[in-house]
Design a binder for this molecule. Structure first.
Ligand SMILES: [Zn+2]
Length: 234
């Protein structure tokens, strides 16, 4: 069921209400688009669900605004003038047709996409993704090398992949790390956090106390980075 939270001075916030065999109601807000999911006990009356949601209205609005900042991406048209993120900063897309070579460049506040022929949305998107991938391919080996030295271990291979549900994965046996292409849009601390997280798996497979003590030791700011990638829950 979809419920729309009436909000003042902004668009209403749609939220999905899911009934579950749980004791207490909770709300999750997911980056990067600020999707709101309310999990409610099976028998909780609809009226009580709505009044709970409304009592958390200020918090929901705040978190939704914060978490949807980086997003807006599923609705991208790749038209000139649209906003796109790179390293945690918002840029305006400039699409330039009919250049002698296709290329992507970045200025203080613009990402400029030049196309050899007419820039279709597909072509612009492909060029932008290629460019994101190239930027990560430059940066990731440097960060991995830095952390190999600090942690005293070796990564055999890193790959940049498009992944739907994970920011990174680690194949422990093969010492191979895959990173989500989306990370190009986030700031450097977040990229570093995912790399360190995956590398810590080479020391500890599970997300247990030992794992987090390594995280605290190597990258104390990891919590701050994680907060920007995880759903917030109330
Ligand atoms: Zn993990």
């Amino acid at each position: 069921m979809i419920y729309k939270l009436q909000a003042k001075d902004r668009d209403n916030i749609p939220m999905e209400i899911i009934r579950k065999p749980i004791k207490n109601i909770y709300i999750r807000i997911y980056p990067p688009d600020g999707r709101v999911v309310v999990s409610a006990p099976l028998k909780m009356p609809a009226k009580a669900v709505k009044s709970f949601i409304n009592s958390k209205k200020a918090w929901i609005e705040r978190q939704h605004t914060k978490l949807s900042k980086i997003g807006e991406r599923s609705l991208k048209t790749y038209n000139d003038g649209e906003s796109h993120y790179y390293r945690g900063k918002k840029y305006t897309l400039r699409v330039v047709n009919g250049k002698s070579v296709s290329d992507v460049s970045v200025t203080e506040d613009e990402i400029i996409i030049c196309c050899r022929s007419a820039c279709t949305a597909e072509k612009t998107k492909a060029l932008l993704e290629w460019w994101y991938r190239e930027r990560l391919k430059e940066k990731v080996p440097l960060l991995v090398a830095k952390w190999e030295k600090r942690m005293g271990l070796r990564v055999s291979e890193t790959r940049i992949k498009r992944m739907k549900t994970r920011w990174g994965t680690c194949n422990i046996a093969r010492k191979r790390i895959w990173l989500n292409l989306e990370l190009a849009k986030y700031d450097d601390l977040i990229l570093e956090y995912i790399i360190v997280h995956e590398m810590v798996h080479l020391l500890e497979r599970k997300h247990n106390e030992r794992f987090y003590s390594y995280m605290n030791k190597y990258l104390p700011a990891w919590r701050e980075a994680k907060e920007q990638l995880q759903p917030v829950i109330m």
